[in-house]
Ligand binder design. Sequence first.
Ligand code: C2E
Ligand code: CA
Ligand code: CA
Length: 711
Amino acid sequence: MLKPKLGPPAVGSPADVQRARLDAAVRNMAQGLCLFDADRRLVICNQQYVDIYELPSELAQPGTQHEDIVNYRLAHGMRWDGGAEAFIRRNDARLAGSEVGIEIVELSNGRVVQVRHQPISVGGWVATHTDITDLRNREKELSLQNLRFDAAINNMSQGLSMFDGERRLVVSNARFAEIYGLPSEMLVPGTSVDILTGFLKNAPRGDGANAAGTIRALAEGAARGAEVVETADNRIVSILNQAIADGGWVSTHEDVTEQRNREARIRHLAAHDALTDLPNRTQFQEHIVKLQDRIRLGEMVAVLCVDLDHFKTINDTLGHSVGDGVLKAAAARLLHCCRQTDLVARLGGDEFAILQAPTPNVDTAAALARRIVQAAAQPLEILGHRIVIGASVGVAVAPNDGCDADSLMKNADLALYRAKSEGRGTFHFYEHGMDIALQKRLALEMGLRVALAHNELSLVYQPLVNLADNRISSFEALLRWNHPERGPIPPSEFVPIAEETGQIVAIGEWVLREACTAAAAWPEHIRIAVNLSPRQFGNKGLVTIVESALAASGLNPRRLELEVTESLLLIDSGSTLQILHRLRELGVRISMDDFGTGYSSLSYLRSFPFDKLKIDRSFVAESLSNPESLAIVKAVIGLGRSLGMETTAEGVETEAQLELIHAQGATEAQGFLISVPLPANAVASLLEATGSRHKDRFFASGYSRTGEKAG
Ligand code: C2E
Ligand code: CA
Ligand code: CA
């Protein structure tokens, strides 16, 4: 390597000066440089050249053969597939072309060198060697970044678009095209936004008119900030625009249709009942709240609370899918009864409510309540079951019965309680003082819970007389409750409560055991009749309980009669009939009680071979004054005869009634004319005294009609 002269301006021969200048230039180049003469001997090279190839200093001396340097470089890491000879041959060939040759050389230390050869006219060549490792790395990194960027934007769930200050597309992703249905060839960078919006106006997908919002949003870009638009095919897109420095803008486009639908569904679910899709309690109350101002100004509005009768029994015996079917059918019927302006809601369970607004007068509310009761009484066909369900309705009318949601609903509920306690299948308006009645009822419920344990329950027995021989054939066990504070409470008041709360199951079992034990002490030919409520059939253990009561008392099963009502058969449940048959197999007799008051369907009589029909006392009571009642009495007696069932006339109070039913051919009579219900000890003395012969009437025997010893 030649050392340039430093210091003051060069003096010497012009060649020296020239050489010194060349030296300085070569030394100060950023690249490595080497110059070979026609004999392939090194004329000059600079330190950068030496450094790139890590040449030992002896090879950097002028006069060094190119071949020696090539050999060294090949031995020290230059990547070249052939040997030194091939390298030199290629070099020569390139120089012969007298063209600038550029090649990239990779070294084993990872560095990359760009070599530029240029032949020299006087022979030999000059070559510059530029270390381009960093440049290469930067390029690699950049292309990697580009790849990553591409992958990132094309995998975004959102659409992305970027326009420059000239409103030309800079970049966009596939999702952007997809959201608006833009063809991909339209999305080459440089496309004007106006071309895109022009395409959308004549959207091939959906209705271009819908896309007005989209078009405005795309065209106005950053000026619009964030907004939600509709696309031609009715999708909802949330666009976020952000201005960028060059006057352009970048936007994200998110298809929020599903999200919006989901939100709407959630809002709907929060306000509606999932089974019937009717508005729920919250929604119902909110509606009343909305009407409150109008109510305060005197507008009349009716709230009807509707409760399905016997729903719990259906759900318990036929299962939840039938129960659900009943609720849906009931909802449909309620809607059918209402006008468009009425609001029907499901409050929960089998409770529904209707807001009738406006209600021109009380009669309109009454008419709706009546329609509901009537519609609900029609038989339903659910999953192959024929079901007769009824509804009870309570009505409160604003502003008289309250002005706010709470008091209107509370009062409609109180009226509903009354409708239910009046035997269901009916409606009732709210009356002042009903809350007191409810308090009383709740107190009864509480009292009933301990009545059994506190020995407050007892049985009385009312004889039934066989009209053929005028002898007592049996006694009906009737339940009495002697309340510690209120005194005797009639079963018509507490039995329905016990049925509703389910307490009748335990009470009924006690009645069975008590009655069987009492009857076991009576003469062999006297039977005992026990009332069963439908709730006791929901309990699978009924047959076992009856068996056990018989076994414990030692009573012959043939002496036990079980009285059931038609309501038991309202639900054509196979399991109810199965239980009846199993009871029958024990040897027990089954009577149909209160016949004529329920649905009095012949199909019930055919569904099970009852031993006895008991004609409800209401028909007997009116048999002499009301031709229709008489007709029913006659019909039932006739029916019993033709079906081979005994008939008992209940509630016989006068000689005339007794004569009449006797003449018609009834088998038995029961009623105050013969005897009031008697306590157990009175039964024993009665049987002893009369030998069960019914000569004189027993009703003068010193007991009240409810079975207490009179004064
Ligand atoms: P039910 O089964 O129809 O019982 C006959 C009812 O008629 C009894 O009323 C009885 O006292 C009454 N009665 C009898 N003769 C006459 C008469 O000549 N005139 C009038 N007006 N009434 C008469 P009670 O004891 O008040 O029972 C009412 C209802 O309570 C019963 O009607 C029955 O449905 C129910 N009940 C009573 N005891 C039980 C029981 O142990 N279990 C169940 N599940 N229900 C019972
Ligand atoms: Ca009865
Ligand atoms: Ca009866």
